[in-house]
Design a protein. Structure first.
Length: 434
């Protein structure tokens, strides 16, 4: 419940780009927020590592002791520091003491959401994390609340703005990966160390959160198959263009049904070729978009700014308002829903499709030998395109859907054929009938 003066007291942990915007709104728009919530929101303290480095913030609110701030008489803890420790301990302390928690910490949630949810469930505290995936886009709340009565079958989307900017630029300019990454760094779209983005770690954390909500199953980042974009070349982009496709790094979360009717969850992040007619193909620059399929609702698309101070702060403030309203009214936000407890399907058993580009000898019988390798692993070919050169030929094959392990084994066998000079590229295909 609010304090004696009727206010909802908020502790803010971290005050970088997002935290500064949250602070500004809490101070500048205090009356508007109070009208929406039904009580005044009081910023009780701001925990930063070096208070002396923040002259722009209210000095009387600053502290370097985040743990003490969490333990103090506050109602809501807003965490914008990131990382795992000591943040996990601070948030568990807050939840166990019945304080609501609002966080944008995708890394923590993708590994420890079960522990946080259990602490919140025992004490009756709220745990909100809309800003952890897709910035300003209202995505998690619809999955958790609006579609709670529906059966979601697939969530597929662009959830990392840095990689989408790089791939979009490669597609529009024809430049290579290294040059485009340098340009993205210069423009501020890529971090000084872009590993978390370009190697897919950021997207994998978000995929774990999305799969957990969509399929009522606890999925961690370690359950998500992950591949980045560093191996994507200008020739891959050009090959996609010839087939009227484009390349995107997608987070793909699916409810997969086996032949015997049993269900499992597949969660993966990797580059794919998608048709230029697909809804996600036109999402360019640093924008995010997520495509949801559900039994009753059908196909839904969520699109918008996936990162940045103001967009992310918008999601944080939305959660803060919800948590504060619950404190005032004595209500509770939604609890964790993990009742389905579906197993996570290994990537090797997940059905996918491949686009394979080969440099082969230009002589009779080549296609027959390549086709035999596919038949050996029970992989069906959907399309073949061949282009002759002087002494070699370019062979492009698109498969029907098959277990990923069978497709990988097929590619490995093809690479050993005498008639195949080089497996030029291998990429998965999405967005078309299999």
């Amino acid at each position: 419940m609010p304090g004696e003066d009727g206010s909802v007291r908020v502790a803010l942990l971290g005050c970088g780009t997002v935290g500064s915007e949250v602070t500004r709104v809490l101070i500048d728009d205090a009356d508007e927020l109070a009208a929406r919530i039904g009580a005044k929101v009081e910023l009780a303290g701001i925990a930063v590592r070096r208070p002396d480095k923040h002259p722009e913030l209210p000095q009387h609110l600053l502290t370097a002791d985040a743990g003490a701030l969490v333990e103090s008489d506050v109602d809501v803890v807003v965490e914008l520091i990131g990382g795992i420790e000591p943040v996990r301990d601070w948030l568990l302390t807050a939840l166990r003491k019945g304080k609501a928690v609002v966080t944008a910490n995708k890394a923590l949630l993708s590994e420890h959401s079960a522990e946080l949810a259990e602490a919140a469930g025992i004490s009756g505290a709220d745990l909100y994390y809309e800003a952890s995936v897709a910035g300003a886009i209202p995505l998690l709340r619809p999955l958790r609340e609006s579609l709670a009565g529906d059966r979601i079958t697939r969530v597929m989307g662009i959830v990392n703005g840095t990689t989408n900017y790089i791939l979009s630029a490669m597609d529009s300019t024809g430049a290579g990966y290294a040059d485009t990454l340098d340009e993205a760094s210069r423009l501020g779209y890529a971090e000084a160390d872009p590993t978390a983005d370009v190697d897919g770690y950021d997207a994998a954390s978000k995929a774990a959160i999305l799969a957990s909500l969509a399929f009522h199953t606890r999925v961690t980042a370690s359950d998500v198959h992950r591949e980045g974009i560093a191996g994507i070349s200008a020739s891959d982009i050009a090959a996609a263009r010839l087939l009227n496709r484009t390349v995107k790094l997608l987070a793909i979360c699916e409810r997969v049904q086996a032949d015997d009717g049993t269900e499992s969850v597949s969660a993966r992040v990797h580059p794919v070729m998608i048709p230029r007619t697909h809804q996600l193909a036109g999402v360019n620059g640093a924008f995010n978009a997520v495509y949801v399929e559900a039994d009753a609702a059908g196909e839904l698309m969520f699109y918008g700014q996936g990162a940045g101070g103001a967009p992310t702060a918008s999601a944080v403030l939305g959660d803060l308002v919800a948590a504060a309203r619950n404190r005032v009214a004595g209500g509770r936000g939604p609890r964790e829903s993990a009742h389905a407890a579906l197993p996570v399907r290994p990537m090797g058993q997940t059905p996918t499709r491949y686009h394979i580009s080969l440099d082969v000898a230009d002589r009779a019988g080549v296609l027959a030998q390549v086709a035999q390798a596919f038949a050996t692993h029970d992989v069906s070919i959907a399309a073949v395109r061949q282009r002759d050169r002087t002494s070699t030929a370019s062979l492009v094959i698109v498969t029907h859907s098959a277990p990923d392990a069978a497709l990988r084994a097929t590619v490995e066998e093809i690479g050993k054929l005498d008639v195949v000079r080089e497996v030029v590229s291998v990429m998965r295909v999405e967005g078309e009938d299999s």
